[in-house]
Write a protein that binds this ligand. Sequence first.
Ligand code: ADQ
Length: 481
Amino acid sequence: MSRIVLVSNRVLDPKQAAQAGGVAVALADIVRTRPALWFGWSGDVRDDATTPHIEGKIATVALTESEHEQYYLGYSNSVLWPVFHNRLDLAEFEAGYYEQYENVNKRLASLLAPMLKPDDIIWVHDYHLIPFATELRKLGVKNSVGFYLHIPFPPWQTFMAIPEHEKLAHGLAAYDLVGLQTKADVSNLIDYMTNGVFGRVVPDGRIRLFDRLVRVASFPIGIDVEDFAHAKRKSPVVQGRGVLRMIGVDRLDYTKGLPQKFKAFGTFLEKYPRYRRQVVLTQIAPPTRENVGAYTDIRQQLESLAGSINGRYGEIDWVPIHYIHRSAPRRRLADLYRSSRIGMVTPLRDGMNLVAKEFVAAQDPADPGVLVLSRFAGAAEELEEAMIVNPYSIDAVADVMRDALEMGLEERIARHRALMARVRRSDVGTWCRSFLRALEGLRDDDDPRGWPPSELIEQALRKLNQSNPQRAMAGRGIAPV
Ligand code: ADQ
């Protein structure tokens, strides 16, 4: 069995990873169960540590002050994160962060390269590391290298607003496989590759870009269902007297639609006064990236919204919004999900959103809560039986809150059963296995390392497209793996 080399921006101690949840659990699981190496940033920022610290299957590196500032807070989180989430207005293009972004990728690649064995499979994670494969290739690494993007890929014209978009495209082309969360992301990336940088789809579904061949496909991420399916049995009634809970669990990020959610709850209380004293909204929102400029306002904005809604509608014995600005242990999260009647997952844009899946998995199948889900979360592509909303439409979300509260037991059970089947079908194990199988498969099927532009394929494609122009378009739907 080949060794899997995982590369991600943050590497966590496997015990911490179990607590952090989400992707960290999945990666820690690969490390535990397979021959593996997990390589990346330790989370430390100091100028004296330039060599990797290796402990068993974990190899970590510290970042220097300026790397942290420009590569992590700067290019990754003040340029790529906002653009990929359709927030061009928040992107700091002029700050000159790109050089350091490339330098860190180069430095990390040069530290990893000597640790690699010829048959290692390399799996790189997320937007911090787009140029990583290019840097490995420059050092002569010929292994299969796959990339998985956890956040959405934006519409192609939006991506082209990044001054360095072509360099990023070169970075993506250096991978053998690029995995995305949803079919919509695949379509955006293929649109960009073909319209923005003149890539061509070849008959086997791969894209020929800058004389390399890259496969692009969707691998929707999932959760460890068993982690949540055994939440303590609890009634969805809180605070005695039949008060029902709506629950929100999101990092305090401008992409998560938190002010809109609070406003919708205020509108709901205004429009449907009979629900006052009957419902609370519990929002858990731990701080995140507090040193990035775009994040400074949101905390204040939320505190003031919660304060004004609580001031306006609250009573001595009923506080409408419980806003908790810190992290909760995972066990506690599962219990909270289960004791809530509504899961409010309403990001303005999200790669997948694991909270939506965790909420479904934690429900009591005999008396399940209702998932309200933004159409702009990747999860909406799969979780069709949720109540799908437009988070920008405050009025519509307020109405859906009422509909969800009024939904009868039979409908709640039917929707939950269908959702649970979907959450189980594409759990975190399936995600991992299907990505790795696709990446490993590439090594058996063909030799992706030489990447000669094949005249034969080109000719065949030209003929095919001349005889049937529709096919040229159809080919772009491509690449289910
Ligand atoms: P995130 O933006 O962090 O992830 P999400 O998918 O919801 O968003 O994952 C967050 C994880 O952290 C969940 O497992 C959740 O339980 C946990 N979490 C959130 N708030 C918490 C709290 N207060 N206390 C404890 N735990 C909390 C990025 C992308 C997503 C994509 C994931 C995985 O932005 O779109 O789904 O990666 O690919």
